[in-house]
Design a protein around this ligand. Structure first.
Ligand SMILES: [Zn+2]
Length: 377
């Protein structure tokens, strides 16, 4: 499925770890850094995009992510209840419609108290093999803290995938592992020749040691690092993480969907937060208006040089009467376009060895980096 992962450029002038990869798969060529489109985001488009807007807001993507948070009981039902596996399989396949050209992946995650026992993992691997997904994720488990156990686990499941499908196995590693366990897991994945490692995003500040390990030691490895669940709404910082993992040499990202399916609370439009290209913050519209004198600072298809007021006026009305919060959903579509464009711009700076100049031109990204430097060096 993934035929070749090749490092195209590394910005050696940068104190950080940005690089660009060329990933050749059976279906396409993926140039990094870039982002995936998630199933929640495609749902937003369906909720809002009424014809004739439909075509205009279609986004071509080489990568697609479906989020799946199974209950323990559902996983056990795969083996003991007729039709249980097929129901989930069909639901996954339905969400992949229209993404045949891209590479698709299941962001398999568990709630805090819902980690399944080791014996049930095979059911989840089997489920993915029986769908149209291109990649098969091997979940991370807390109990796998020993290097040897972890190696046996990932090898066993990769073999299972290879025996019954032509898909690619992709182990997930949570950034919240302790330092030594994290290092062992990443090293095991590389030593065993996996072409892709999936990382689950956690706070850059709190788990800095793990991020630093990737940045300082894995920059020249020909393996694709994808990060799921990149954070957008933090309790303590306005930073939107989408375009920042590349600082640590992470090649592709997919933004976080809240647990429980991404239900959005109705809020007044001025309080709606959106990705701000000038700072890399997730900024409420009223703060955007205050900071930039009413301007949105974005020329994407959704914004097109509208003022904050024009933006709200246009998007708070939605033909779908059931839609409670259209400004929020339009803002997330803006986020897809805007973060995508920033990745494309950033790529050119990596190629010309000027990534630090680029990233430091974003006000909040700059203070984030300065803060890291003063704390850890
Ligand atoms: Zn925009």
């Amino acid at each position: 499925m993934i035929e070749k992962v090749q490092i195209a450029d590394i910005d050696t002038a940068s104190e950080n770890g940005p690089r660009t990869l060329k990933i050749r798969t059976k279906k396409n060529i993926i140039e990094t850094p870039c982002r995936m489109i998630t199933s929640t985001e495609t749902k937003f488009r369906k909720d809002l995009a009424l014809s004739p807007l439909d075509k205009r807001f279609e986004i071509e993507t080489p990568l697609f992510e479906r989020v799946y948070t199974p209950k323990l009981k559902t996983i056990q039902d795969f083996k003991r209840v007729n039709g249980a596996l097929d129901r989930v399989k069909n639901s996954i396949n339905r969400s992949l419609r229209g993404f045949d050209e891209g590479i698709s992946f299941l962001n398999l995650r568990f709630k805090k108290d819902g980690e399944p026992p080791l014996d049930d993992i095979e059911s989840l691997i089997h489920l993915q093999c029986s769908t149209k997904l291109d990649l098969v994720s091997i979940p991370d488990l807390n109990e796998l803290s020993n290097k040897k156990d972890y190696e046996i686990y990932v090898r066993k499941h990769r073999k299972y995938v290879e025996n019954i499908s032509n898909k690619e196995a992709a182990p997930i590693v949570d950034m919240n592992n302790t330092e030594d366990v994290f290092r062992n897991k990443i090293d095991t994945i590389i030593e065993n020749g996996f072409k892709l490692a999936v990382l689950r995003c956690r706070s850059f500040n709190y788990y800095y040691a793990n991020y630093k390990y990737l940045r300082d030691t894995k920059k020249e490895e020909e393996i694709w690092f994808h990060m799921v669940d990149t954070l957008r709404d933090h309790p303590y910082t306005p930073l939107n993480y989408t375009n920042l993992p590349q600082i640590f040499g992470i090649d592709t990202v997919s933004p976080r969907t809240p647990y429980g399916g991404g239900e959005v609370k109705a809020t007044i439009p001025e309080d709606t937060k959106r990705f701000d290209r000038l700072s890399f913050d997730n900024l409420p519209l009223k703060e955007q208006r205050r900071r930039y004198d009413g301007s949105l600072g974005c020329t994407c298809l959704v914004c097109q040089d509208r003022t904050v007021s024009e933006y709200i006026e246009e998007y708070e009305i939605c033909e779908n009467k059931k839609e409670r919060n259209p400004v929020y959903k339009w803002s997330r579509i803006h986020e897809i376009f805007a973060t995508n464009s920033e990745f494309q711009i950033g790529r050119k700076f990596i190629q010309s060895q000027e990534f630090d100049t680029y990233i430091r031109s974003k006000i909040s990204a700059r203070s984030f980096l300065d803060n890291l430097t003063s704390r850890f060096f």
